[in-house]
Design a protein around this ligand. Structure first.
Ligand SMILES: C[S@@+](CC[C@H](N)C(=O)[O-])C[C@H]1O[C@@H](n2cnc3c(N)ncnc32)[C@H](O)[C@@H]1O
Length: 267
């Protein structure tokens, strides 16, 4: 499937591939610390849904161990090519990749000990259909692990009005595309609605001056420009992005990330 057909609102852009790789590295410690609480059976099989260029491929490779297997899936060939490069560079011998559309999946049912999906409900919506697929792929006793954002904590300091205005626009842009940047808030309720008892965690990171992830509002707004222009005239949007870029480049600019909500439940 081509990028434009996948329906993913940031599909296929080179800047998006770089953003996802940086984001995956930033959140790896949060992933490792959650996985440390979940026992892996010998020879475990784990599925990374919508793996993008990296996702949890490395942390799941560690979790399943040398005898286990990780399958990373995505619907976008450019993402899969990036993931393939990452798996090769890192010599992750227990990781394989496959093209699969989570809404029309060819994956076998009841075949994974852990299914993980991060930032899938926020951009794509259709939570009910996603949860049904995740549940179907899990073996009895397997773990469903989901991560999505809540933007309440996403801030740049000292006062950065243009960056904050971009964050508000990004939230609107997600909603206008059928997603929800605050999807993380609903994850516990979604899991309970399918009869699961989730453990819930929340992670916020402090970003020091110069941290590349501080530029996330600018990167997102640039990638989402075609959609955001429906909310703000193009020239005003460009001016806002430029002002936010200046705010974030100040030598004392620091920030906090959005809150990463993590839920894990055994089926
Ligand atoms: C926001 S990115 C998140 C990537 C990765 N999970 C991470 O956390 O870095 C969403 C990913 O879902 C993929 N995607 C979009 N629609 C999909 C579908 N129907 N089935 C599988 N993957 C899909 C996109 O290509 C993209 O790689």
């Amino acid at each position: 499937m081509s990028s434009s057909e996948s329906g993913y609102l940031l599909a296929g852009q080179a800047s998006e591939l770089q953003r996802l790789q940086l984001q995956s590295r930033v959140w790896e410690p949060a992933g490792r610390s959650l996985l440390a609480e979940l026992p892996a059976p010998a020879g475990a099989k784990a599925l990374e849904v919508g793996c993008g260029v990296m996702g949890w491929l490395r942390v799941l490779s560690e979790w399943v161990g040398a005898e286990g297997q990780v399958l990373g899936t995505d619907v976008d060939d450019k993402m899969l090519a990036g993931a393939r490069q990452f798996v090769q560079d890192e010599a992750l011998a227990n990781v394989t990749l496959a093209r699969d559309d989570l809404f029309a999946s060819a994956l076998p049912e009841a075949s994974f000990d852990l299914v993980h999906a991060r930032f899938q409900i926020a951009p794509l919506g259709r939570a009910e259909a996603q949860l049904a697929a995740f549940r179907r792929w899990l073996r009895p006793g397997g773990w469903l692990v989901l991560e999505d954002p809540d933007l309440a904590s996403w801030r740049v300091h000292p006062d950065a009005p243009a960056a904050m205005a971009l964050i508000a626009l990004i939230e609107q842009g997600f909603r206008a595309s059928g997603g929800d940047f605050n999807a993380g808030r609903a994850l516990p309720t979604w899991l309970r609605s399918i009869g699961l008892q989730p453990r819930v965690r929340a992670q916020v990171l402090a970003l020091e001056p110069g941290h590349p992830y501080l530029r996330l509002p600018v990167q997102f707004a640039t990638a989402l420009k075609p959609r955001l222009q429906a909310l703000l005239p193009a020239a005003e949007l460009d001016a806002l992005i430029a002002r936010a870029e200046d705010e974030i480049a100040r030598p004392d600019a620091w920030g906090t990330t959005f809150t990463l909500i993590q839920v894990a439940a055994r089926v």
